[in-house]
Design a protein around this ligand. Structure first.
Ligand code: GAL
Length: 757
């Protein structure tokens, strides 16, 4: 295979220097045997306190997963350990001690031998926080807990037992210590030099050329750092190195060197990119790794293919808007036989519009034609009470633009939804999250702020592209972002939304917490019922999305307040911890999911995200992103893309346009997957599909490739079944009784088992 290598920067390239190196491993592990107690007492920071009666806890998992479900408030962790002098022996510099405590949700204070050594996150109040001090933004759960002390700091008791005490506070959702690493070591090369692979994503051009920009930074203020840099790429399947180059690096204090590497590889096959720096004097080395994006979804054929949902719900008299999503070589011609009276189809763009007056069911025969051939499919239209009979698919502004969303950004996103072809795979909604509101005027009409000069015009623009548009509000006086909410104006707001042409409302609890601080089950429902009545009076089908982070097991009553979907968790982030904690905890809500009543584990964190205005490329690896989309599809979750659609790279677009994966999400039966097996290492989730087949996800939770076994009796399947790999859209043969599949670290194999006829 031809390999191309380009390396820029102030370095001289020396190919294939052999680099001997040792990694820094001298550390005291703190990952087992912590003591734990809920509550709050300053005496718990002191070494003298006797914690023998305390529970033990695994610091790598949030306390909800260890018997403290639903606990919010203060809790303490304690750990006793020897800090040996020998730690200093093998390090390249030994003047500072580093204590790593994973991550802590939401915030913490850390004490060493009774003395405070660090505070992370918001101020921790000595008494329970009142509602005024309570703001969600202050949690610092996503920060690595890293405490550095000079080696001669008197708070460290060298060669003696030391007590680490962590006072943590959780205001809701997940709580306490989690993630990793948990260890004590001397600071080393990794604290002095950083290899940054995250500043920009891999670029893929054509079918095989991969380019990666990265940087190396000297973090020290005084030292010159010299060493060798090895860049490698290895196949994940067999570990074979298919690209390698070595160069010398000389870094002045604080200097950052940017580099660029290009090589060719088969982009369908998973590979790992590795950069290792070995310091010349000490021969110590550090390595940074990143999975190279691999493209699994085959290109759609030139012949037409219909991709939109097979069932569509509408209420009598409501404006009807349905886009027949189809791929194939343009121009496509759309036709519909047996369209009920009141509806018309535009043959050029596949938009069905009009309205239907009576409740009932209709089967429409859709056909899409081009020069290469044609495709047909039945569309079932159900005129009734319930809308959103398949999970909504679209885009929401929050995970990328945060409060900086504007009319311009929404239009650009709608344009991109169309120009990238996402619309042809069924992606429909363009949803404005928080940040559009002004005040209510004297007549009670909600006004838009300067970023949204004309909401009706924006709505009709989005509709003109064949897309739908959504908006956001809170039942409280203020939204989570501090903008005007709907409290006291529910009926008027709903009428305004409908008159503008809004198709989706996300209704976010936020400051309603001040009105009902410790809500009873009835109080939790009250504001949602109020908006339900208001929306039902508007002559428009508005998808009603409840957002209250799962309080009071919303999945068990969301349908009662007419929710079409309800958030089951707090906010997602673009990390494996967040994705896996949220995704793999959705089994409890499965039984409540049904057409028009969807559990919502929050929006997608792929592509360029950032909660605005500055964006970064998702921190999820490619395998984790395959897990994200596979799991959300199995969960029948709303699919709301959270990234900048104008910057969709080849990998992300490919990830979002696999019609077989999306068809699992949109399956008309609407049955959410159940967790079939779970262990520390893997998860198996399975979902029944309308045609009698089963969709199964095999997920690897470890950081090594893993063979995941499936017992077919676990999914109630007897006899021979045809196994199809959904991502690659390839049949893998027949299976009976048991099969196993190799799954990449944090990755997935998504398969369908079909009856063998
Ligand atoms: C949060 C919500 C986010 C986003 C944000 C807006 O409560 O979970 O998804 O809508 O508010 O301020």
């Amino acid at each position: 295979m031809k390999k191309l290598f380009i390396l820029t920067g102030i370095v001289t390239l020396i190919l294939m220097i052999s680099c001997n190196r040792t990694n820094e491993t001298n550390a005291v592990m703190l990952d087992k045997g912590w003591k734990f107690k809920t509550g709050d007492d300053p005496a718990w920071a002191t070494p003298a306190f006797d914690d023998a009666s305390w529970a033990t806890i695994d610091p790598k998992k949030i306390w909800e997963d260890q018997g403290y479900n639903g606990y919010n408030g203060f809790a303490w962790y304690r750990y006793k350990t020897l800090i040996p002098n020998s730690l200093k022996d093998q390090t390249s510099i030994s003047d500072s001690l580093k204590i790593l405590l994973g991550k802590i949700d939401d915030c913490d204070q850390v004490f060493l031998n009774g003395e405070l050594i660090g505070v992370n996150g918001r101020t921790i109040y000595s008494q329970s926080p009142s509602s005024q001090d309570f703001t969600r933004e202050q949690g610092k759960w996503y920060l690595e807990r890293r405490y550095i002390l000079a080696a001669n700091d008197p708070r460290i008791h060298w060669d003696q037992e030391n007590l680490i005490a962590v006072r943590s506070y959780d205001q809701g959702g997940a709580g306490g210590m989690f993630s990793k690493p948990f260890e004590i070591s001397m600071t080393g090369l990794s604290d002095r030099l950083k290899i940054d692979l995250t500043s920009s994503p891999f670029a893929i051009s054509g079918d095989s050329l991969v380019t990666k920009n990265f940087s190396i930074v000297n973090l020290t203020g005084k030292e010159q750092l010299q060493g060798e840099l090895v860049v490698e790429a290895l196949h994940c399947n067999n570990g074979i190195r298919f690209f390698s180059a070595c160069s010398r690096v000389d870094l002045a204090p604080h200097l950052k060197i940017d580099k660029s590497v290009s090589f060719s590889e088969d982009i369908a096959s998973p590979a790992m990119f590795k950069v290792t720096f070995t310091e010349s004097n000490t021969r110590k080395s550090i390595t940074a790794k990143a999975e190279i994006p691999y493209i699994l979804t085959p290109k759609p054929p030139l012949t037409p293919r219909i991709n939109s949902a097979k069932v569509f719900g509408v209420r009598p008299w409501s404006p009807f808007l349905f886009k027949v999503a189809a791929t194939g070589q343009p121009p496509l011609k759309y036709k519909a036989a047996d369209l009920p009276e009141g509806l018309t189809l535009n043959p050029e763009n596949g938009l069905i519009t009009g309205s239907l007056k009576k409740k009932g069911e209709y089967i429409v025969k859709l056909t899409v034609e081009n020069q290469q051939g044609y495709a047909d499919r039945d569309l079932k239209i159900i005129v009734g009470d319930i809308i959103s009979l398949t999970p909504p698919m679209g885009w929401n502004s929050w995970n990328c633009w945060g409060l900086s969303v504007s009319d311009k950004k929404v239009r650009q996103s709608a344009n991109a939804m169309k120009s990238t072809g996402l619309i042809d795979h069924g992606w429909t909604y363009i949803n404005i999250d928080d940040g559009w509101e002004d005040t209510h005027d004297k007549n009670g009409n909600i006004l838009t702020n300067a970023k949204f000069p004309n909401m009706p015009a924006l709505c009709s623009y989005v509709h003109s592209l064949g897309l739908k548009i959504g908006i956001y509000s809170s039942p409280g006086p203020k939204t989570c972002g501090g903008y005007e909410g709907s409290y006291g104006f529910e009926a008027k707001d709903a009428m305004n939304y409908a008159s503008w042409g809004i198709d989706y409302l996300k209704y976010d609890w936020c400051s309603y917490g001040n009105i009902a601080p410790n809500p009873t089950p009835e109080q939790l429902k009250k504001p949602y019922k109020e908006m339900k009545h208001a929306l039902r009076k508007a002559n428009r089908d508005i998808h009603y999305s409840l957002c209250q982070y799962g309080m009071g097991d919303v999945w068990s009553w969301g349908a009662e307040v007419d929710g079409n979907s309800w958030r089951t968790t707090g906010d997602i982030e673009d990390t494996w911890e967040s994705l896996s904690t949220i995704g793999f905890s959705q089994g409890k809500c499965s039984p409540w999911s049904a057409p028009g009543r969807w559990n919502d584990p929050d929006m997608l964190t792929v592509g360029w995200v950032g909660w605005g205005p500055a964006l970064h490329y998702t921190r999820l690896t490619p395998s984790e992103q395959y897990t994200h989309i596979s799991l959300w599809s199995l969960l029948a979750a709303p699919l709301l893309i959270g990234c900048d659609l104008e910057q969709l790279d080849a990998f992300t677009l490919n990830l979002l346009t696999n019609d077989e994966v999306l068809a699992i999400n949109q399956d008309p039966m609407g049955k959410q997957a159940m967790q079939i097996r779970t262990s520390d290492d893997y998860e198996i989730w399975a979902r029944d599909l309308e045609d009698g087949s089963k969709a199964i996800g095999l997920f690897n939770k470890t950081e090594k490739p893993l063979n995941v076994p499936v017992e077919m009796t676990d999914v109630q399947l007897e006899g021979k079944w045809l196994l199809r790999d959904v991502w690659t859209q390839c049949d893998l043969g027949k299976v009976r009784g048991h099969f196993e599949m190799k799954v990449l670290p944090h990755g997935v194999r998504l398969v369908i088992l079909r009856q063998n006829q």
